[in-house]
Design a protein around this ligand. Structure first.
Ligand SMILES: [Zn+2]
Length: 492
């Protein structure tokens, strides 16, 4: 009896880019075994060395988590579907701002918010609640752009933004908060101008710092809601834990290629991100958006869903996404909803929490979050100095005719944009390295590169663990090669 098994975007490269595969089996275990019999390279992504399902993969039968069924022994019936949900980066609601004294609306505000005020579900009181409310957007990027625009337009009285980036030309494909003439300008400054122009009635607070364990409590304190628009695991776990510990709801969204996720975490009695994923995937198994690409409209959809949930929570209308995990596939134009429960064993929101203060999230996630200031390199970066080489050194070796292997770990379509030509040139995409590293010659010097040096850095870390003592990372990747050695090629 065939069962349809949905494959999430990050794992589709292992199944010929299909989004669903027909598998057979009378239980979940049999169905997954059937899948792995045909797509062996998926095994290391789904199971750990002890043959246990990895903790950052959740398996659902229809809309139910198998941890609440019979786990892998869960029987399958005709018409059932299985979903693999890897981490990528419930109740009648009471308005989050219920206890706050509500400010009056001015005549100008009545005029501006007319279409809200005449909705019985929002009304004058709902609009006054929005005016009294305070929302912090962590990240002014793809998700923070539409979210902050709609929150500002809706009249959320105080919007905070945390970001430390400047507007880059590659942001404009999806970060609709910014314009071409703002390239090079701080995102916070650009956002303040745009949001203030959209709605001068509201306050905008900007926090030009990277969110860390040291400043999270200070930054979050006093906000009614946190809107998580981060793009890396370290910050996502930090946002989650700080929200749980402070008792502030976390409106979560994440995006990868064509797939988005959204939910509401850390409400009283509701689940948190760690109930779903107690720990992050090891670095390298799931690529980030900068490496994997993102469909420009996708953050528009997911960020707008986050704004919708925020406004519903603030006004107390509708059914929030608490206890529900929404998965959106833009290519199939399909929304799926999975049930989520608070896990009594959850390390942060469970009955006997083991996490009672903020930890070192970069270490916990195994990879540093993007650095705010390059002049203070983290300890880890200094240690890896001998694991790196420069584009100048690579050029010198090529000119001398040295013998070495040059391994490109980018995806095939990236090679069509630009590349480094070398006699010892090889191409193995990062996702295939765990399966194919046996093809590489350990006795030769091995220089690994990707677009910017991030993916290849992880590959070198992995290869060193496998005994490739002569593997080094090309610092700055092909982008730096183009900047300093071969400006004739296009960058991306
Ligand atoms: Zn939890």
């Amino acid at each position: 009896m065939p069962t349809l098994l949905y494959v999430p975007t990050p794992l589709r490269s292992h199944v010929g880019q299909r989004d669903a595969v027909e598998v057979t089996g009378t239980t979940v275990r049999e169905a997954i075994d059937d899948l792995l019999a045909r797509y062996e390279s998926l095994r290391t992504h789904l199971y750990d060395e002890n043959g246990r399902l990895r903790r950052f993969i959740n398996v659902y039968v229809n809309d139910e988590d198998i941890r609440y069924l019979q786990r892998e022994a869960t029987p399958l019936a005709e018409g059932d579907t299985i979903s693999l949900v890897p981490s990528v980066a419930g109740g009648s609601p009471e308005a989050v701002t219920a206890s706050v004294p509500l400010p009056e609306l001015t005549p100008a505000e009545f005029a501006r918010y007319n279409r809200h005020v005449i909705l019985p579900e929002v009304g004058v009181d709902g609009q006054r609640r929005l005016k009294a409310s305070r929302v912090l957007c962590v990240g002014a990027g793809g998700l923070g752009s539409p979210a902050s625009l709609y929150l500002a337009a809706a009249g959320v009285g105080h919007i905070g933004l945390v970001d430390f980036d400047v507007v880059d030309v590659s942001n404009l494909q999806r970060q609709v908060l910014f314009s071409t003439e703002q390239i090079g300008v701080s995102k916070l400054e650009a956002a303040r101008a745009r949001l203030g122009g959209l709605n001068p009635e509201i306050e905008i607070a900007t926090h030009a710092e990277r969110l860390t364990s040291d400043n999270a409590f200070r930054l979050f304190e006093g906000y009614d809601l946190i809107l998580d628009g981060t793009d890396n695991f370290a910050t996502r776990y930090l946002v989650n834990d700080a929200c749980v510990l402070l008792g502030i709801p976390n409106v979560y969204g994440s995006i990868f290629r064509f797939e988005g996720q959204a939910s509401v975490f850390a409400t009283r009695g509701g689940p948190c991100y760690r109930c779903l994923y107690p720990e992050p995937p090891p670095p390298g198994l799931i690529p980030s958006c900068a490496e994997g690409g993102v469909f420009g409209v996708l953050p528009g959809i997911v960020g707008t869903i986050q704004a919708t949930e925020a406004i519903k929570l603030l006004t107390g209308v509708g059914e929030p996404l608490i206890g529900r995990f929404l998965v959106y596939d833009a290519l199939r134009m399909r929304f799926r909803e999975l049930t989520l429960r608070r896990d009594p064993e959850c390390p942060v929101c469970g009955d006997r929490p083991t996490i009672t203060s903020l930890v070192d999230y970069e270490q916990f996630c195994g990879a540093p979050a993007p650095a705010a200031a390059p002049e203070t390199p983290p300890a880890a970066a200094r240690i890896v100095d001998d694991l790196e080489t420069t584009v100048e050194s690579l050029k010198a070796r090529l000119d001398r005719g040295d013998e070495f292997l040059l391994l490109d770990v980018r995806e095939p379509h990236e090679l069509q944009i630009c590349r480094i030509d070398a006699p010892g040139g090889l191409h193995v995409p990062m996702g295939e390295i765990p399966r194919r590293h046996g093809e590489l010659d350990r006795s030769k010097d091995l220089i690994v590169y990707c677009r910017s040096g991030q993916r290849s850095g992880r590959v070198v870390g992995f290869l060193r663990q496998q005994g490739f003592d002569r593997a080094v990372n090309l610092k700055g990747g092909v982008l730096e090669w183009i900047d300093r050695i071969d400006p004739s090629q296009p960058k991306y």
